[in-house]
Design a protein around this ligand. Structure first.
Ligand SMILES: *Cc1c(COP(=O)(O)O)cnc(C)c1O
Length: 362
């Protein structure tokens, strides 16, 4: 069987060991004679799966004990609503630091439905025609209930390696596509949200890591399934959780630990992305759109200088067993997502193809 190199942005490639383990346990979980998806979420077997996953997540991200971890459904988009519903009182306001597509979606969800969201445009084209994050624009307004930003803009290929100083105003971040690709200081944030499907599991589950003192402020009409205090009180089993994704998340966390944790993965992600960006920077046939300091380590966005070759580029890639490199529909161009599970070999295969295609079309 020939191997396919999967560069989709999410759902995306998962580690081979994780897929094999899940396959082997699918019909018979640990000798119970029943498959993991057939098991009650209240069974002692599943409760252990759930607790182990949380414990590993806490260990890998060094989550302080005054933070709760909530396992939810509704995706990143669900959390775009949950954030104002849980943190923004009627008549209050929040600051949104927009650096790309997903932070703009979060801003709109708040502004159009729940209350006053103050828009701060924080990325702009610099003098070289590259998009650049301007951290000096990330200033909270007095009386703000929270400040919001997305640490990795999956669509644009912009990653923020710095965070603004927000004082007493909690900083809420979306890490859907860069969670566990690098160490972070959780105590810097009021809450971190992410969907599993970009990097750490299949679709269907969202995780919110939230500081305890931010619970209990939800609006009265906040749906119970989005109310962080309700989820906390019921230990993420207020409604039936997505058991399969929870289990798969746990397998991914185990895999990450076996490699040496998030610190080791960061090294690998730096090496992989550097290799790809260095090639693209030095090849005139392709173009990068993001300033070097803000380039995402996991979503490498580029274009062909001659965009009329796009369809052929994608078709030829497929013939080389390379899939998922077409850019997001709102942006066009190309995007190679090289998350934790992508081995360096996959990046080498991609670069070899990029070289071959450029040489054939110059
Ligand atoms: C994919 C993505 C989302 C949206 O997630 P859904 O689960 O589709 O709602 C939000 N934020 C970021 C950074 C993403 O990459």
């Amino acid at each position: 069987m020939s191997k396919v190199w999967n560069f989709f942005a999410g759902p995306c490639m998962l580690p081979e060991q994780v897929m094999e383990k899940a396959q082997s346990e699918f019909r018979d979980f640990e000798g119970t004679g029943t498959g993991i998806v057939e098991m009650s979420h209240r069974s002692k077997e599943f409760m252990k799966v759930a607790q182990d996953a949380e414990a590993l997540l806490r260990e890998l991200l060094h989550i302080p004990s005054n933070y709760r971890v909530l396992f939810e459904q509704g995706g990143g988009r669900g959390q775009f609503a949950a954030i104002p519903l849980n943190l923004l009182p009627e008549g209050g306001h929040a600051d949104y630091f927009v650096t790309g597509h997903w932070s703009r979606c979060a801003y709109k969800e708040c502004a159009e439905r729940y209350g006053e969201a103050i828009l701060h445009e924080c990325s702009e084209l610099n003098k070289d025609g590259l998009w650049e994050v301007d951290y000096s624009k990330m200033k909270v307004t007095p009386g703000s209930s929270y400040a919001y930003m997305c640490l990795n803009e999956t669509v644009n290929g912009i990653e923020s390696f710095e965070y603004p100083e927000t004082g007493d105003v909690p900083l809420i971040v979306d890490m859907s596509s860069d969670i566990m690709t690098r160490p972070i200081d959780v105590s810097r944030f009021g809450a971190i949200i992410f969907g599993l499907q970009k990097n750490v599991g299949p679709a269907g589950m969202t995780i919110t890591i939230v500081r305890e003192d931010l619970l209990g402020k939800a609006r009265k009409y906040c749906p119970s399934v989005l109310d962080w205090s309700v989820l906390n009180k019921f230990e993420s089993m207020y409604n039936t959780p997505c058991t399969f994704s929870w289990y798969m998340g746990g397998l991914n966390f185990k895999w990450i630990k076996s490699l040496g944790g998030v610190e080791e993965l960061e090294k690998r992600n730096i090496a992989k992305s550097k290799m790809l960006y260095t090639y693209l920077e030095n090849e005139d046939f392709y173009q990068l759109k993001i300033a070097a300091k803000d380039r995402s380590r996991v979503n490498v966005v580029f274009t062909l200088k001659d965009e009329s070759l796009n369809d052929e580029f994608i078709a030829q890639a497929k013939a080389h067993n390379i899939i998922g490199i077409k850019g997001h529909k709102v942006l066009g161009g190309m995007r190679a997502s090289i998350y934790n599970a992508m081995p360096i070999e996959g990046v080498e295969v991609l670069i070899a193809y990029l070289k071959e295609f450029a040489a054939a079309h110059k």
